[in-house]
Design a protein around this ligand. Structure first.
Ligand code: PNW
Length: 495
């Protein structure tokens, strides 16, 4: 027997379900039996099937130094990551990207893996030093040829290439002149970006200037955990950030000038994903303020063309030096914003703070994936695009990275049953679906990563792939999470 349900609660439930499913108008006037059937179908479907919009772009992401190998081939110049990874003590286990997943030679096999998954998008990055071995000067045709081959292979497999121009592998020759401490690096980056736009935009329709500005500045120049391994003082660090966002802005302008009409330009940013500790109006407001302030020197200045007052006040004498003209360049309009989302930043309303919020540090028991920094909070994939959309109304959003590390091992049958990664992905994607069903314009999702690869200072010890890589034989084995992702793509709803 169907459980008793009052007319009023039925109407309420129906309106909730209709929000997700668009029931026929007038459904509430149907007779009781039909009502119950409609409700059951609607609620069942609403809770079980989470359809993504038709044409939603499912993809995967990788980055040049993390997968290519071939570091001395095709005229490639040295980068800060070659230097850093070959410096004893900098990378776990002494690992380097010299070979990695050897995608410089095996890109066809990798594209075939993508095709088998049903991917429609591939985010990859160009190694600046393959194109300009010393960062500036004469372009290197062999380097360009490699990316032409990759792009053609993707297009031939029905996969849209999304090209990132800087995913941290700065040419060493530029670091020798100060790297991101030197404003000339921002100009050199724009020249290189413009050059690539001219060469690829006949086939590549979406470019991202930089990947995670916060990561390469903080880890590279503030705490020295990543290349170039420096720890500059607070004022110099603020200037590094300023030069980096200026490089982004200059490259947007260079790309506008060099690319074919209709080319879309954005970036892949790891804006801190501020999430309200409780979903009440006061904490949600706090998360919104937090999104602006926590990211003041990165996404906020890029979207607004100015630093927030609170940021400049907080830095005081260490604030960056800048001109109005530079702010205008930094704020150059974008066609889309890409968000890399891994962990939540929990935020609460706090009236004792001038800015009105504070960040809540997790208790010691807070769960994380294999990487200790990767705390779990599926809501990050709801609130990050939701708040970015509310604050800055970008025309389009992409999730340019999301994924996790897991202690993957091959079992006796040669499988990797990464149930924790499946759990992570299913829960995060459920929250992404929630954002999209509220009309946040997220157009695609790039899972990090297609393959296990060189995880920066963690070397090969932290696997993020949905494909297991045996680094001795280069054998690729799709994990359980690959099956999950493949089924999700095939159904266009969470498997
Ligand atoms: C991102 N953290 O890096 C990068 O874009 C990828 O290259 C990387 O492999 C991936 O996420 C997984 O780590 C991050 O310490 C590195 O918070 C470190 C942090 C966040 C992102």
């Amino acid at each position: 027997m169907a459980p008793y349900i009052s007319r009023r609660s039925f109407a309420r439930l129906l309106s909730v379900a209709a929000g997700a499913l668009s029931l026929p108008a007038g459904a509430a006037t149907l007779d009781t039996g039909t009502q119950h059937a409609a409700l059951g179908a609607a609620m069942g479907a609403a809770s079980m099937e989470k359809k993504f919009p038709t044409g939603f772009l499912w993809g995967s992401a990788t980055a040049s130094y993390q997968v290519e190998g071939g570091v001395n081939e095709g005229g490639r110049g040295q980068t800060i990551w070659d230097t850093f990874s070959h410096t004893p003590g900098k990378v776990a286990n002494g690992d380097t990207g010299d070979v990695s997943t050897d995608s410089y030679h095996r890109y066809r096999e990798d594209v075939a893996l993508m095709k088998a998954l049903g991917l429609r998008g591939c985010r990859f990055s160009v190694a600046w030093s393959r194109i300009f071995p010393t960062g500036v000067g004469q372009p290197n045709q062999a380097g360009l040829d490699y990316y032409n081959r990759v792009v053609d292979e993707l297009l031939g497999s029905g996969i849209q290439p999304f090209c990132t121009l800087f995913h941290w592998d700065l040419p060493q020759a530029l670091e020798d002149k100060g790297g991101w401490q030197n404003p000339d690096t921002a100009k050199a980056f724009a020249d290189y970006a413009g050059y690539m736009g001219g060469k690829l935009s006949d086939r590549v329709k979406s470019f991202m200037t930089m990947n995670e500005i916060r990561s390469f500045t903080e880890l590279g120049y503030q705490n020295g955990m990543h290349a170039p391994g420096l720890r500059v003082d607070a004022q110099k660090f603020a200037q590094v950030n300023h030069i980096a966002v200026l490089g982004h802005g200059l490259s947007v302008q260079a790309l506008r000038a060099s690319t074919k009409p209709g080319t879309k330009i954005g970036l892949a940013d790891n804006a801190q994903a501020t999430c309200p500790v409780l979903e009440t109006p006061e904490h949600i407001k706090a998360a919104e303020i937090g999104m602006r302030e926590q990211n003041a020197q990165y996404l906020t200045v890029i979207m607004e063309g100015k630093y927030t007052d609170a940021y400049l006040k907080r830095l005081g004498p260490n604030a960056p030096k800048f001109t109005a003209e530079e702010l205008k360049i930094i704020g150059s309009p974008l066609d889309f914003v890409g968000l890399n989302v891994y962990q939540p930043t929990w935020v609460r309303a706090d009236s004792t703070k001038e800015v009105g919020y504070s960040v809540v540090e997790g208790p010691a028991s807070y769960p994380h994936m294999l990487s200790p920094w990767l705390t779990i909070g599926p809501e990050a994939l709801y609130w990050s695009p939701k708040l970015v959309s509310k604050l800055w109304r970008p025309k389009e959003l992409y999730i340019t990275e999301n994924g996790c590390s897991s202690s993957d091992v091959l079992n006796e049958e040669g499988q990797v049953l990464d149930t924790d990664r499946v759990m992570y992905l299913r829960n995060y994607l459920t929250q992404l679906h929630r954002a999209i069903s509220e009309d946040v314009p997220v157009k695609g999702y790039f899972l990090w990563s297609l393959l296990d690869n060189f995880e920066w200072a963690d070397g090969y010890g932290k696997r993020f792939g949905i494909t297991y890589v045996d680094f001795k034989t280069q054998k690729r084995t799709p994990k359980l999470s690959s099956e999950f992702y493949k089924a999700t793509i095939a159904k266009n709803s969470i498997a």
